[in-house]
Design a protein around this ligand. Structure first.
Ligand code: ADP
Ligand code: ADP
Length: 224
């Protein structure tokens, strides 16, 4: 029942000198409802790992299984199809569409996935209300606080009911109190939806409250 399985994932980059081996046999299994922290120094390969887990790039060797499906040999189109239906992304900077309201920002990805506008609106309203933004539906991102923007981004990421949530520094841009609130939002949504989440963070305190924390050591994932 694993949602994400990385099996001896290797990834190297060509350089002018010897190839740079960033991942050298990384293994990871994420199960439903599990929230796993990824802590590693800059340059250790966090972004590379998240991109491979998110099917944005292929490993050089090894396997990536999402929802039991081996995605390591899929072409671009195949990876995009799995990504759109199965994976949600949250970034350090929210990347909401500035010209659209909070509600529209959560409606749009659903409509792109083929959901009718009226159904998408009902779900967007429910999700935003559940994270305390019921009175902010019509606000554009610029009219929201940093924490509110990030909660909209989280809700947008899960609007299409992905199985896997990947987050890169989701609280990195927030003060500690706001980060705490955003973390709780994330935790509630992961638990309620039975998602698996891999969350890269520099915040040791929040990482310590996740189910597990892993780190990258010489290109391999080990318990932190
Ligand atoms: P982190 O996110 O932990 O900072 P990255 O995954 O971005 O680490 O990068 C790990 C290493 O791989 C770094 O040394 C980086 O310079 C190198 N790297 C990342 N992407 C590429 C690329 N496309 N081509 C060459 N080297 C890369
Ligand atoms: P779109 O729906 O915009 O065409 P894709 O279907 O290619 O995008 O990607 C699906 C998800 O992957 C989106 O949520 C997007 O944020 C994320 N994504 C796409 N490309 C990148 C990238 N280069 N780096 C990080 N995330 C990306």
């Amino acid at each position: 029942d694993a949602i994400l399985q990385l099996d001896k994932v290797r990834r190297s980059y060509k350089t002018a000198e010897a190839p740079l081996e960033v991942l050298r046999g990384a293994d990871l299994t994420l199960r439903p409802g599990e929230m796993v922290g990824l802590i590693a120094p800059s340059g250790a390969g966090k972004s590379t790992l998240l991109h491979i887990a998110g099917l944005l790039e292929n490993p050089t060797e090894g396997k990536v299984l999402v929802g039991g499906q081996d995605c390591s040999r899929l072409d671009d189109g195949g990876r995009t199809a799995v990504r759109r239906t199965t994976i949600g992304f949250v970034y350090q900077f929210h990347q909401l569409l500035p010209e659209f309201s909070a509600l529209e920002n959560v409606i749009l990805p659903q409509m792109i996935a083929g959901v009718s506008r009226s159904k998408a609106k009902v779900r967007a309203t429910e999700l935003l209300s559940a994270v305390g933004l019921g009175k902010r539906l019509d606000h554009r991102p610029a009219k929201l606080s940093g924490g509110e923007q990030q909660r909209v981004a989280i809700v947008r990421a899960i609007a299409n009911q992905p199985k896997l949530l990947l987050a890169d520094e989701p609280t990195g841009n927030l003060d500690p109190t706001t980060a705490e609130g955003v973390f709780k939002t994330l935790q509630d949504l992961v638990r309620n939806a039975g998602l698996a989440a891999l969350i890269a963070t520099h915040n040791l305190e929040l990482a310590g409250r996740m189910d597990r924390v892993v780190t990258l050591k010489d290109g391999i994932l080990v318990a932190a």
